[in-house]
Write a protein that binds this ligand. Structure first.
Ligand code: NAD
Ligand code: UDX
Length: 463
């Protein structure tokens, strides 16, 4: 039976996942390790509200388990040495250099983990791929472990994570399924069973699916590709709705009632963001190309092309509607995170829309309930479209939405935070320049109510 788990990587996946394992399995000591000292210090902050990741319900889980059987540490070697099972939950970003630049997953952090585990391990270990990895990565990890290790036995499992940010805790409490891939040998099956037993502490057995390693690795990329494809599909139709007078919300409802299609993940938007969809589809495209499957690659690449178009189209529409110039105009952004209920901004559509508007010399004033100035400037600077000084001049950050909208020519809703719906929109209107425009990139505001106040309102996918 597993009684000691280590997780390398205390990020958006490692942190919440291990917190829930620790809470649900008080008999297992769970140590989450990371090289990032600041991040670990934040996980250990005496005030549990200061943990580095905002997820509804997460601080309660951490408060219950931390110090009991959940530990956060920078002592990676020690945690590896003591654990029977080691989860690798480090980042696997898109490569920014060399072969596969801009497409392939950068596996350098994964390889470093494998080499470290091999160096440190003095007894048999089960190594679990929690990070999202290209299909067949397990064989590379196994190669490194077997060739650089101390003669101990390693079993590699694939256990991709399907949680969505903003709902991580509820997704982890009640997952649609847990997927575990392993070797077909008896040692492999034995390792799978040990991980099944961990999850069986709270997940019904029928929801724990076991497969071979390659199916498990590929299922994760496939799931994200299908989900992103749904968003790009409805977004593609949103543009056609705007031309024809159809309403994308009505179309989504009508098709979603078909049980073969289903109602979820059909919200037209300014474009999907987040650290996963784009990265994982690019990775899938790269893998398909590397096998010479060009039609397969082109098919999935179109999901990204459509998403880039949707973000750009949103910015262009603002410029066109504001009489073809936003130079010197103030545009208020409501939201910067890539979706509500998270402080994560990776690949957020807001970044790209802001970048386009800055290139047209607009001033952007941002308010997001969970994202601060430092992160916003970091996100823009990362694009390297202009100097840091120019970004700092072009983008300001407000402490509340009313300040952000004061004297603005237009408001753009970039994230679907619930609080935006509850504002005093009359007050916001009164303090704006006229005509006062609202570009609702999430279709969350009440069009009739806003038009009655006097706003010129434009949502996504309707006239
Ligand atoms: P993250 O960047 O938030 O966290 C990764 C952490 O790993 C960082 O804190 C980093 O310092 C640490 N790290 C990197 N190399 C290390 C090393 N050698 N030793 C110790 N620590 C190291 O990333 P994330 O969002 O948690 O994603 C992790 C993986 O999970 C990725 O493969 C991602 O694709 C996948 N995933 C993410 C999500 C999500 O919603 N974010 C969902 C499912 C799967
Ligand atoms: C995604 C997958 O859902 C999750 O299973 C996987 O583990 C990680 O990647 P995440 O990126 O955290 O999760 O959030 P998700 O809810 O999938 O949203 C991704 C993006 O798509 C967001 O920008 C969201 O606003 C957008 N989206 C989602 C839409 O625009 N419309 C929709 O109908 C759904």
């Amino acid at each position: 039976m597993i009684t000691n788990i280590c997780c390398i990587g205390a990020g958006y996946v490692g942190g919440p996942t291990m917190a829930i394992i620790a809470q649900k399995c008080p008999h297992i000591k769970v140590t989450v390790v990371d090289l990032n000292e600041k991040r670990i210090a934040a996980w250990n902050d005496a005030d549990v509200n200061n943990i580095p990741i905002y997820e509804p319900g997460l601080s309660d889980v951490v408060a219950e388990a931390r110090g009991r059987n959940l530990f956060f540490s920078t002592e990676v070697d020690k945690a590896i040495d003591e654990a029977q099972m080691i989860f690798i939950s480090v980042n696997t970003p898109t490569k920014t250099y060399g072969v596969g630049k801009g497409m392939a997953a950068d596996l350098k952090y994964i390889e470093l983990c494998a080499r470290q585990i091999a160096r440190v391990a003095k007894n048999d270990k089960i190594v679990v791929e929690k990070s999202t990895l290209p299909v067949r990565t397990a064989s590379a990890i196994k190669d490194i472990l077997d060739n650089t290790g101390n003669g101990v036995q390693f079993q590699i499992l694939s256990n991709p994570e399907f949680l969505a940010e903003g709902t991580a805790v509820e997704d982890l409490f009640a997952p649609d399924r847990v997927l575990i891939g392993g070797d077909t040998t008896s040692e492999g099956q034995n390792a799978i069973q040990k991980l099944v037993d961990v999850y069986a502490n709270w997940v019904p057995k029928g929801k724990i699916l076991t497969t071979n390693v390659w199916s498990s690795e590929l299922s994760k990329l496939t799931a994200n590709a299908f989900l992103a494809q749904r968003v790009s599909s409805i977004n593609a139709l949103s543009e056609l709705c705007e031309k024809t007078g159809a309403d994308v919300n009505e179309v989504a409802k009508a098709i979603g009632l078909d049980s073969r299609i289903g109602p979820k993940f059909l919200k037209a938007s300014v474009g999907f963001g987040g650290s996963c969809f784009q990265k994982d589809i690019l990775n899938l495209v790269y893998i398909a190309k590397s096998y010479g499957l060009n039609e397969v690659a082109d098919y999935w690449e179109q999901v990204i092309i459509m998403n880039d178009h949707q973000k750009r189209r949103f910015a262009n529409n603002i410029i066109k509607t504001l009489y073809n110039t936003v130079s010197g105009k103030k545009i208020a952004f409501l939201g910067w995170a890539f979706k509500k209920d998270t402080n994560d901004t990776r690949e957020s559509a807001a970044i790209y829309v802001a970048d386009d508007l800055l290139s047209e010399q607009a001033t952007v004033v941002v308010y997001d309930p969970k994202v601060g100035e430092e992160q916003i400037q970091f996100d823009l600077n990362y694009l390297e479209s202009r100097s840091e000084i120019e970004n700092a001049k072009g983008v300001q950050v407000a402490i509340n939405a009313y300040d952000a909208c004061n004297n603005a020519h237009a408001i753009a809703v970039l994230t679907e935070w619930d609080e935006f719906k509850t504002y005093d929109w009359q007050k916001i209107y009164d303090n704006m320049l006229k005509p006062a425009f609202v570009f609702d990139g999430r279709n969350i505001l009440n069009k009739e109510e806003l038009e009655k106040i006097g706003f010129i309102y434009q949502g996504i996918g309707s006239r």
